[in-house]
Design a protein around this ligand. Structure first.
Ligand code: NAP
Length: 433
């Protein structure tokens, strides 16, 4: 039997497990180890709560984790409860599928003022991630600035603009739903340091902004590139640019909330007296490499909240080589050290869709097969369980998770699929109930 530990139980971890099952044709034991009591990583805490259909992929992951040769050990922090060196002693292969849950720093003056939050924290807050349940972002408005032109910026802007009724059917947590319902934000500005042709927003998600109940997207036609240049774009981005053109051509229609796209706008500084009051922005133009360069023209946007959606970093794990420039584990095609691998965002950075992790998982499973055609006779699960019992770790198994899951479903609001527990202690209490 090959013994494989996968640290992190998000999409990258699950697709790696699936591919390892196939590569080793049943002669493998796979143990997921997750810091949280809940599995599924970004599917639970990153995918927007109003995008429930995307979360259906967990059915496929459930089938994997319930196979005879797979086990889930939740509520164990690798690097704190158990060292990487210990896992490497016990397993033939250890795969780090830990994602990129830390915000990249903005790195401008004022980015530490209260009211400046990163998207990992903001998304974690409305999705009930235990690390961010207490965020309490300032929603008094009237202005909020969302930095970045990717899908996360789009998610955050949409969530800030929705009515309570528009969250029907979502699993947004109650604390966020109530806070957003009481919010007084009427102007959301999405800052893009480059132009519409450099959008990283996908058309399906962008189109949703045009269908909101009380909010309307606003685009200044002066920011639009010449129409004939659209022909040079890839089909996906061309559709997004078509939508941006439609937004520019559509009057706001008297809706009380605006979501304004401010293109060619680079964040320079955040100012305020003890809290965010305004964002200072520099107008940009594109250079020959299509990168943003400042023009020297600056202006201020009044706001009480700044959400920076500019990408993520993978957290360090003691003993694992790290590349500070890229913010992920130092690796060569997924190989970190003998027997130690990384996959998904921890390998390639925060890009792509959930499905992108599937070929990535297959790729890493193939690397493991090439490196370890023969099992190393290591103890695997037996070794892990002896450590768990020696350290008296309060492990959450998959059937424990199913009890937590059932408790969340049982306490759901009438129009929601579940009400998540947002504190680890409450999840543990639910499994022990
Ligand atoms: P992203 O797509 O890489 O977008 C990051 C944005 O931040 C870019 O517009 C980038 O601009 C901007 N940016 C970076 N540094 C900046 C700075 N210092 N100042 C101003 N702007 C800056 O990242 P993301 O939105 O975090 O999304 C991560 C991944 O998850 C993406 O692959 C995304 O598609 C995926 N995702 C998908 C969905 C969905 O399918 N529904 C939902 C959420 C996330 P430049 O282009 O100029 O660098």
């Amino acid at each position: 039997m090959h013994q494989i530990a996968i640290v992190g139980s998000g999409p990258a971890g699950f697709y790696t497990a699936e591919a390892c099952q196939k590569n080793f044709a049943g002669k493998v034991q796979i143990d997921f180890i997750d810091r949280l009591p809940s599995p599924f990583g970004l599917i639970r805490s990153g995918v927007a709560p109003d995008h429930q259909s995307i979360k259906a992929v967990t059915r496929r992951y459930e089938a994997v984790v319930q196979s005879d040769n797979v086990h889930f050990y939740g509520n164990i922090a690798v690097g704190e409860d158990i060292a990487i060196a210990e896992l490497l002693d016990y397993y033939d292969a250890v795969v780090l599928a830990t994602g990129a849950p830390h915000d990249r720093a903005l790195g401008i003056p004022g980015d530490d003022l209260p009211g400046v939050v990163g998207s990992a924290a903001m998304v974690g807050w409305y999705n009930g991630h235990p690390d961010h349940a207490r965020l309490d972002p300032p929603l008094e408005g009237p202005g909020a600035v969302v930095i970045g032109n990717g899908n996360v910026a789009l998610d955050v802007a949409r969530i800030l603009a929705k009515t309570r009724e528009e969250f029907a059917g979502s699993d947004i947590v109650a604390h966020a739903l109530d806070a957003l319902d009481a919010a007084r934000i009427t102007h959301v500005t999405i800052l893009g340091r480059r132009g519409p042709h450099q959008l990283a927003m996908t058309p399906k998600e962008l189109a949703e902004l045009g269908r909101l109940e009380r909010a309307a997207p606003v685009v200044d036609a002066a920011d639009l590139p010449p129409l004939f240049d659209d022909a040079l774009l890839e089909p996906g981005i061309r559709k997004s640019v078509d939508l941006i053109r439609q937004f520019a051509a559509t009057p706001a229609g008297g809706k009380p909330v605006s979501i304004a796209f401010d293109f060619f706008a680079k964040p320079l500084a955040i100012e305020g007296d003890g809290k965010v009051e305004r964002m200072i922005v520099e107008r940009t133009r594109l250079d020959h490499r299509l990168q943003a360069v400042g023009t020297g023209e600056t202006y201020a946007i009044s706001c009480g909240l700044v959400v920076s959606c500019i990408g993520y970093r993978t957290p360090h794990i003691p003993g694992v080589p790290y590349d500070d420039n890229s913010g992920r584990f130092a690796n060569d095609d997924g190989r970190i050290l003998p027997g130690l691998y990384c996959v998904g965002w921890a390998r390639r950075g925060p890009s792509g869709t959930i499905g992108t992790n599937k070929p990535d998982g297959v790729f890493i499973a193939d690397q493991i097969l090439a490196d370890l055609p023969v099992a190393g006779g290591k103890p695997g699960r037996t070794g892990l369980e002896s450590l768990i019992s020696a350290r008296q770790l309060d492990v959450v198994s998959f059937s424990d998770w199913q009890s937590i899951d059932a408790a969340e479903v049982a306490r759901a609001r009438t129009d929601a699929p579940r009400e998540k527990f947002v504190h680890v202690k409450d999840m543990i209490a639910a499994k022990d109930a």
